[in-house]
Design a protein around this ligand. Structure first.
Ligand code: FE2
Length: 423
């Protein structure tokens, strides 16, 4: 009978956050407080070119900390780019990490920290079946994460995502020890972000929060045999809901403004906060169908050019949002009240004709309002790509397991087929 028992426990963890305009000036104080004396500052070339990393390095030096800068994090980290960071970290021997940038820089620091602390190779730790799923034996070195885009929420999560172009798959490493020790979230750092970057990142935030709020309730999962086997993505629960709900409200209220005006630091700041809050929510509840579809969408074709990005590729948030309307039309009947609640939060008012289309319509309105691509066609996909897209989405069982109703392969095909043009 024990195999049929249902889960009765959920866990909730959050990264300590320091938020506000000018908060990044306290990076040196925070790093010293965490016991760092010799820091590897992980960033990317774009952030470095803006002078942001030099500013943070200066703050660290004022606090008496030695700093070396690794500025070759890749947007969409690959095995090679992560290994390069690991080699750099092993040669320098830091006693702590500071990451500055989008989710890619934060994730690169997580992986470099993991391998410096516990040895081995990247693939040893990658989620099975693609990697060996090794678990770190103990905590890592302290990591202070400073995001510069309001998107991934990586500063608040236990996950590092990586792209494996040879296998045409995106996967990740996931363990609670990967969660940064502290985050500094400073709206000033977003001032230089192009509006398409804010749009993609913000739509990702909305999906993190909506997918988490609309995930399978934790108490409907089978009870794990041991605490060690409890999955990181546990399904919705009363505490994750609080974080997800507020992130959805902020997305509805502030994303359009944040995209329209780089100097609207109130709106950009609230989206930064929403990203972190959504990160806490999905770090406990989990994301499912739109993120499962996003892996092959971002992994199979790399010709799309989004304004404001340095190279041709499909920004993560756009790869996620394009299937969200169809995905939530599919899941509606599993949790109808919750779907309508999300639509209400996004639109900021009472719904006129509440039903299965309310949330898809609210999402499409938001997508149009921030200049998102209308669907898979605009990202370069045709009908002929459907089998490969479906095959890639089906592989993400770790995520699909928290969908409020399990999609079959045929369901995923229907969702992807409906996502070529959302308007
Ligand atoms: Fe995401």
């Amino acid at each position: 009978m024990t195999t049929q028992a249902l889960e009765t426990v959920f866990t909730m963890e959050a990264t300590p956050v320091k938020f506000g305009r000018g908060a990044a000036h306290e990076a040196g104080w925070e790093a010293a407080r965490l016991g760092m004396r010799r820091v590897l500052l992980v960033t990317d070339a774009q952030v470095a070119a803006l002078g942001l990393s030099e500013n943070v390095a200066a703050q660290l030096r004022v606090a008496g900390i030695e700093v070396s800068v690794f500025d070759r994090s890749r947007v969409e980290p690959t095995l090679e780019s992560l290994q390069e960071a690991v080699v750099f970290a092993r040669a320098y021997g830091p006693d702590g990490f500071v990451s500055l940038g989008g989710g890619s820089s934060i994730d690169t620091a997580k992986v470099a920290n993991l391998l410096l602390s516990h040895g081995g190779e990247v693939m040893d730790y990658v989620n099975p079946p693609i990697g060996a799923g090794r678990k770190p034996a103990g905590p890592l070195l302290p990591h202070l994460a400073i995001p510069t885009t309001p998107g991934s929420g990586s500063e608040a999560t236990t996950v590092a995502v990586l792209d494996l172009p040879a296998l045409k798959v995106k996967t990740g490493i996931s363990h609670r020890y990967l969660r940064p020790a502290q985050a500094i979230v400073d709206p000033e750092l977003t001032r230089s972000a192009p509006s398409a970057v804010i749009a993609s990142a913000g739509l990702d935030v909305v999906c993190h929060a909506a997918e988490s709020y609309l995930s399978r309730p934790f108490g409907t999962r089978p009870k794990p045999a041991t605490p060690d086997e409890r999955p990181p993505y546990q399904g919705s629960n009363p505490v994750a809901d609080v974080w997800s709900a507020q992130a959805i409200r902020f997305g509805g209220e502030f994303l359009r403004r944040a995209v329209a005006d780089a100097d609207d630091l109130e709106a950009r700041g609230m989206m930064m906060l929403a990203a972190t809050m959504a990160g806490v929510g999905f770090g406990s509840a989990g994301v499912h169908i739109p993120h499962s579809c996003a892996y092959p969408i971002a992994g199979l074709k790399h010709d799309y050019r989004a304004e404001g990005y340095p190279s041709a590729f499909i920004p993560h948030g756009f790869s996620v949002i394009v299937t969200a309307p169809a995905a939530f039309r599919f899941t509606f009947d599993a949790l109808p009240e919750r779907h309508l609640q999300v639509a209400e939060w996004l639109t900021g008012g009472k719904l006129e004709n509440p039903g299965p289309d309310s949330l898809p319509n609210a999402l499409i309105d938001l997508m149009r309002g921030v200049g998102a691509p209308s669907g898979l066609s605009e990202l370069g996909y045709t009908e002929q790509d459907l089998p490969a897209l479906v095959a890639g989405a089906v592989k993400q069982q770790r995520l699909l397991a928290v969908a409020p109703k399990p999609p079959t392969e045929a369901d995923l095909e229907t969702i992807l087929r409906a996502s070529f043009e959302n308007w």
